[in-house]
Design a protein around this ligand. Structure first.
Ligand code: NAD
Length: 422
C-alpha cells in the first residue's frame, strides 16, 4: 500500500466520521450505525479433485440490518482479508440507503484464486460456503449475491444448498441467479447500466457532450465489459480497456464488440488481444489511470488511485464502478483539483438495485419484462444522483461526502424510529 494511504476499512471509517461530523450525529447515534453487527470467520474444508482436503478461510460480515436484510456479494479472490470484507459490508449499507432500497449491508469473501480450481472444486467450495453460513442467511435476514470471482452459477449452488438443507423453495435467499432459477432479467448488466446512467448525469451537470466523449475502463470483468459495451452503444469512444493481463489502447476508439467477443472466448481475459485487432498493449498497466480522457471508469479492485498517482489523473469525470478504487488522500487531491468523482456508493449501486428488484420478484413469484426492470433502475439511479448532487450543493461538499450524508442520515433516521431493544 502506498505511503500516506490506508486500508479499505480505515478508509470507510474515515468517510463515515467525516459525514457524521457534518450531520452532527451524537455518540449514541454513531454507535447504532457505524460498526458491523456480526463478523464470522470460518475455515471451509473442501474436497479437491486429487482426493485431498484443502482449508479455505472464509468470511461473512453483516454490517447492518437497520433498513432491511443484510445484502451484499461474496468475493472469491486471493487478496480477500477481513478488513476488506468489513469495508465492503459497510459500503453496502450506505449504498442501499443512497438508492433508498429497503436493504441493509453485508459482504462475504473467501481467500482463494478461483481460476486455480476445477469446476467441481469450485462447486464444493461454494456449497460449503453456503452450508457454513446458512444459519444467518435467508430472504429476511441476509441475501448474498455475486462479486469479484463469483457468478450466477455460484449463486445457483448457494440456492440449491440452501434449498436442500432447509427443504424450501426460496429463491429470494440469493440474488444474481440464472434467470431460469428466478434471476432477474437485466441483472448481468445492471451495475454497468447504473454506471452509464450516472455518467450521463455527471456529463449533463459538467456540460460534457456525450457524443464522442473519450473513455478509459480499467477491468474487463462483469462490470467493466458491460460498461464498455453500453458506453460504446451510447456513442462514447472507448480509447483504452485493461484487465489483469494488461492495458490495450487505441486513440481512434477500440472495437468494443471485438473485445467482448475475444474475452468471451478467452476465459474472460483480454490476454493476447493486441494480436487480434488494432490496439497497442502498453507496458505499465496502471497507465490507464493517467490517460487524458473525459471519463475514467475504474472497474477492477480497490486502492487504484492513490497518493502516488492522483496528481497524474487527467480525466474530467471518474466513475467509480469498482468499490473503493480511490484512497482518501487521492480523493482529497482530486476534489481540490476539480475532478468530478461519481462515488462508488452511487455509481455502482445499479447491481444492488436490480438485486433488490430480483428479491421483490422472487417474493411475489411474479416476473417482470426486462423493459420494466430497466425503467425502474433508471428512475432509481437518476433520482439518487440528483439527491446526492443537490446535497453536494447544499453542504458545499464533494459528491462522495454528499452520498455519505444522504446514506447515513437515512440509516440514522430508521435507527431513531426503531430505538434500542434492551
Ligand atoms: P470480475 O471478477 O468480473 O472482474 C474484475 C476485472 O478486474 C477482471 O477483468 C480482472 O482481470 C480485472 N483486474 C484484476 N486485477 C487487475 C489489475 N491489477 N489491473 C487491471 N485489471 C485488473 O469483477 P466485477 O464483478 O466486474 O467487479 C469489479 C468491481 O466492481 C469490484 O470492485 C466489485 O466489488 C465492483 N462491483 C461489482 C458489482 C457486480 O454487480 N458485479 C456490483 C457493484 C460493485
Amino acid at each position: 500500500m502506498p505511503i500516506g494511504d490506508i486500508n479499505a476499512y480505515e478508509n470507510a471509517m474515515r468517510q463515515f466520521d467525516q459525514a457524521a461530523e457534518i450531520l452532527g450525529l451524537t455518540d449514541d447515534q454513531i454507535t447504532m450505525v457505524k460498526e458491523p453487527r456480526k463478523i464470522t470467520e470460518v475455515i471451509l474444508p473442501v474436497r479437491m479433485d486429487d482426493g485431498s482436503v484443502r482449508p479455505f478461510t472464509a468470511y461473512r460480515v453483516i454490517h447492518s440490518r437497520m433498513r432491511g436484510p443484510g445484502k451484499g456479494g461474496v468475493r472469491f479472490h486471493q487478496d480477500v482479508n477481513l478488513d476488506e470484507v468489513k469495508a465492503l459490508a459497510f459500503w453496502m449499507t450506505i449504498k442501499s440507503a443512497v438508492v433508498n432500497i429497503p436493504m441493509g449491508g453485508a459482504k462475504g469473501g473467501v481467500i482463494v484464486d478461483p481460476r486455480e480450481l476445477s469446476d467441481r472444486e469450485l462447486e464444493n467450495l461454494s456449497r460449503r460456503y453456503m452450508a457454513e453460513f446458512m444459519d444467518d442467511m435467508g430472504p429476511e435476514s441476509d441475501v448474498p449475491a455475486p462479486d469479484v470471482g463469483t457468478n450466477p452459477q455460484v449463486m445457483a449452488w448457494f440456492f440449491d444448498t440452501y434449498a436442500m438443507h432447509k427443504r424450501v423453495w426460496s429463491p429470494a435467499v440469493v440474488t444474481g441467479k440464472p434467470v431460469e432459477l428466478g434471476g432477474s432479467l437485466g441483472r448481468p448488466a445492471a451495475t454497468a447500466l447504473g454506471v452509464l446512467y450516472t455518467v450521463r448525469e455527471a456529463m449533463r451537470v459538467q456540460n460534457i457532450d456525450r457524443a464522442g466523449a473519450t473513455v478509459a475502463i480499467q477491468g474487463f470483468g462483469n462490470v467493466g465489459s458491460h460498461s464498455a459495451r453500453l458506453m460504446h452503444e451510447d456513442g462514447m469512444k472507448i480509447v483504452a480497456i485493461g484487465d489483469a493481463s494488461g492495458t490495450y489502447v487505441n486513440p481512434d476508439g477500440i472495437d468494443v464488440p471485438a473485445a467482448l467477443n475475444y474475452a468471451e472466448h478467452n476465459r474472460s481475459s483480454l490476454f493476447g488481444f493486441e494480436g487480434i485487432v488494432k490496439v497497442e498493449r502498453i507496458e505499465r498497466a496502471e497507465d490507464i489511470l493517467e490517460m487524458d480522457v473525459d471519463v475514467l471508469v475504474p472497474a477492477a479492485l480497490e486502492n487504484q488511485i492513490t497518493s502516488q498517482n492522483a496528481d497524474k489523473v487527467r480525466a474530467k469525470i471518474i466513475a467509480e464502478a469498482a468499490n473503493g478504487p480511490t484512497t482518501p488522500n487521492a480523493d482529497e487531491f482530486l476534489a481540490a483539483n476539480g475532478t468530478f468523482v461519481v462515488p462508488d456508493i452511487l455509481c455502482n449501486a445499479g447491481g444492488v438495485t436490480v438485486s433488490y428488484l430480483e428479491w421483490v420478484q422472487n417474493r411475489m413469484g411474479y416476473y417482470w419484462e426486462e423493459e420494466r426492470i430497466l425503467s425502474e433502475l433508471e428512475n432509481i439511479m437518476v433520482k439518487a444522483f440528483q439527491e446526492v448532487n443537490d446535497t453536494a450543493q447544499e453542504y458545499d461538499t464533494s459528491m462522495r461526502t454528499a452520498a455519505f450524508l444522504v446514506g447515513i442520515s437515512r440509516v440514522n433516521r430508521v435507527a431513531t424510529h426503531r430505538g434500542l431493544y434492551a
